[in-house]
Design a protein around this ligand. Structure first.
Ligand code: GDP
Length: 183
């Protein structure tokens, strides 16, 4: 892993005037109820953003000394998205206790990878706290992600488990994609 400054202290370090802010769009996709909104809320919390501060799903972080703004766009189905290439990264979410959500994440990764071989994909299994009802083993999620050259993580928005790692991966992938808008 590269020398990343943790997204956690993102906002407090936005003081260096020498760096410009970049904007990235990230598509967050997954069936209803997997926790898309909860994850965005968790990202905002670890970045120190108040719930009321901004209604738009935006987070601000510092990555390798550069200010980055990430705008999340939520969709239940990637098939609804016509302008996939405007996104810096795709974050696909499933829950390990819902097979249908996993199958959908799988087909999302498959179609994105077919259409855009270079577009970064991060596949996250949310609700790791509910492992007692697990139907998708972690290994299966990892294998699927590997097949489509995606990053994989199991997280819990509820318990704030691995949320910083997940956000770090998202920012890192955005950075790699280089598809950023200069302000
Ligand atoms: P969305 O439809 O994908 O945006 O899902 P939501 O963010 O609205 O979450 C759906 C439900 O799952 C809500 O009741 C959340 O409180 C719950 N939820 C979200 N994340 C977690 C988690 O990590 N663990 C558990 N147990 N519940 C969660």
């Amino acid at each position: 892993e590269s020398g990343i400054s943790s997204p956690v202290d993102g906002r407090s370090r936005r003081t260096s005037d020498s760096t410009k802010e970049s904007i990235h769009y990230v598509l967050i996709v997954g069936v209803s109820g997997v926790g898309k909104s909860s994850l965005i809320e968790s990202f905002r919390t670890i970045c120190g953003m108040e719930a009321t501060e901004n209604d738009r799903p935006i987070i601000k972080v510092t990555f390798n000394g550069k200010r980055e703004e990430i705008i999340f766009v939520e969709e239940a189905n990637v098939g609804e998205v016509t302008d996939l290439d405007k996104f810096s990264a795709i974050l696909t979410i499933y829950t390990p206790n819902d097979r249908q959500s996993f199958l959908q994440a799988y087909s999302t990764m498959k179609s994105v990878r077919n259409e855009f071989p270079q577009l970064p994909i991060i596949c996250a299994a949310n609700k790791r706290d509910l492992v007692r009802n697990r139907v998708i083993p972690e290994r299966k999620g990892k294998e699927a992600a590997q097949k489509f050259q995606a990053k994989h993580a199991e997280v819990s928005a509820l318990l704030s488990l691995k949320i910083t790692d997940l956000l770090t991966a998202v920012v890192q992938q955005c950075h790699l994609s280089g598809k950023r808008e200069r302000l």
